[in-house]
Design a protein around this ligand. Structure first.
Ligand code: R5P
Length: 320
C-alpha cells in the first residue's frame, strides 16, 4: 500500500483500527484537540504530500462536532499538498433532511455535501444513504454501499431464512428491501406508515403476506427506536411469528435500548457504521462489522481497480 495513508477522526477509532489491521497499514498520527471555547484544532503529524489518503470518520452524534472536525482535517490535508482525499464516512449525518417537506425548511443534506466538497474531499465512501439521490448532491465520486448483503449472509449462516419475508417499514425503503428480497429469492411486504410529526410515527397497515412468517424488516437508521417498535407491533398484530430487524446505522438515542428490549422486536442486527458503546446494546442486538468490506474497498480504490467487481455477487440469489 505504498503512497496510501489511513487517518482516523475521533468518531470511530475502533473501525479505523480494524481497517488498519486488515490492510496492515498503520494509522497516520494526527493531533486533534478541542479548545475550551469549543473550537477544534487539527494537525497531521506526518508528511502526506502526494499521497492517497483515507480519512475514516463517521458523522454520528455529536454530529456537528464530528462534521466540523472532518472539514478541518480535510483542510489540513489539502494544505499539506495531499494527492487525493477519500472520506470514508459509513454514516453521513443530516441524510434524512434531503428535501423540503414544508416551506422555509433547509435541505441540510445538500449543505453537508457542499461543505465536504468545498473543504476539498475528492471522493466519498458511505453506506445506506437515506435516499439514493443524495449521491447527486456531491460533485465528486460517491461510492454508495448497501449493508443488506452482510445481513443476508448473517441470516443465512444462522439459519434464519426459513419461512421468511422481507419487509420495508415505509414506502421510502421499498427499493432497498426489494433488492434484499430479490437476492434471497423471498417475497416482499410493505408497511404503509403515516407520520404525524418529526419525532412521531404511526403505522397504518401492511401490504403483503406476513401471517405465520418470520419477518425480516430492513431500515437505514434507528434513532429513538419508535419507528421499528411500532412496525414490529403492527407486524405481530398481522400474525408475524418473529420479527428480525436489520438496520445499517445504529444511532441509538434516548431510551431506544429499553424500547427495543421491551417491544415486539425479537432480534436487531446492526452494523458498526456508528461506534455503538456496549452500554447502549441489549441481548436482542448483534453488531456486524463493516471493517472487512471497507478494507477490501480501500485496497481496490487505492489500486484504481473496480469496486463494483466486489459486489457482483450482490445480484445473485443466496443458495438456501
Ligand atoms: C425514516 O424514514 C427512517 O428510515 C427511520 O425509520 C427513522 O428515522 C428511525 O427513527 P426512530 O428510530 O427515531 O423512529
Amino acid at each position: 500500500m505504498k503512497g496510501v495513508q489511513l487517518i482516523a477522526g475521533s468518531s470511530h477509532p475502533q473501525l479505523a483500527q480494524e481497517i488498519s489491521q486488515l490492510l496492515k497499514a498503520p494509522l497516520t498520527p494526527v493531533d486533534i484537540r478541542h479548545f475550551s471555547d469549543g473550537e477544534i484544532y487539527v494537525r497531521i503529524k506526518e508528511k502526506v504530500r502526494g499521497d492517497d489518503v483515507y480519512v475514516i470518520q463517521s458523522l454520528n452524534a455529536p454530529a456537528n462536532d464530528h462534521l466540523m472536525e472532518t472539514l478541518i482535517m480535510i483542510d489540513a490535508l489539502r494544505r499539506a499538498s495531499v494527492g487525493r482525499i477519500n472520506l470514508v464516512c459509513p454514516y453521513l449525518c443530516y441524510s434524512r433532511q434531503d428535501r423540503k417537506v414544508s416551506s422555509r425548511e433547509a435541505i441540510s443534506s445538500k449543505l453537508v455535501a457542499n461543505l465536504i466538497t468545498k473543504a476539498g474531499a475528492d471522493r466519498l465512501l458511505t453506506f445506506d444513504l437515506h435516499a439514493d439521490q443524495i449521491q447527486g448532491f456531491y460533485d465528486i465520486p460517491v461510492d454508495h454501499f448497501l449493508a443488506y448483503p452482510l445481513f443476508a449472509k448473517y441470516l443465512k449462516s444462522h439459519k434464519l431464512l426459513s419461512d421468511a419475508v422481507i419487509v420495508s417499514p415505509d414506502m421510502g425503503g421499498v427499493k432497498r428491501a426489494n433488492k434484499m428480497a430479490d437476492m434471497l429469492g423471498l417475497k416482499l411486504a410493505i408497511i404503509d406508515k403515516v407520520r404525524r410529526a418529526h419525532d412521531q410515527s404511526e403505522v397504518a397497515h401492511v401490504v403483503g403476506e406476513v401471517e405465520g412468517k418470520r419477518v425480516i424488516l430492513l431500515d437505514d437508521v434507528i434513532s429513538t427506536g419508535g419507528s421499528i417498535c411500532a412496525a414490529a407491533e403492527t407486524l405481530k398484530k398481522f400474525g408475524a411469528k418473529e420479527v428480525i430487524v436489520c438496520i445499517t446505522h445504529g444511532a441509538l438515542s434516548g431510551d431506544s435500548k429499553e424500547k427495543v428490549g421491551n417491544g415486539h422486536v425479537d432480534r436487531l442486527l446492526l452494523t458498526n457504521s456508528i461506534d455503538i458503546p456496549a452500554e447502549k446494546l441489549n441481548h436482542k442486538m448483534t453488531v456486524i462489522s463493516l471493517g472487512p468490506l471497507l478494507a477490501k474497498v480501500i485496497r481496490r480504490i487505492a489500486k484504481n481497480q473496480s469496486v463494483g467487481a466486489l459486489f457482483t455477487w450482490e445480484d445473485k440469489p443466496v443458495k438456501m
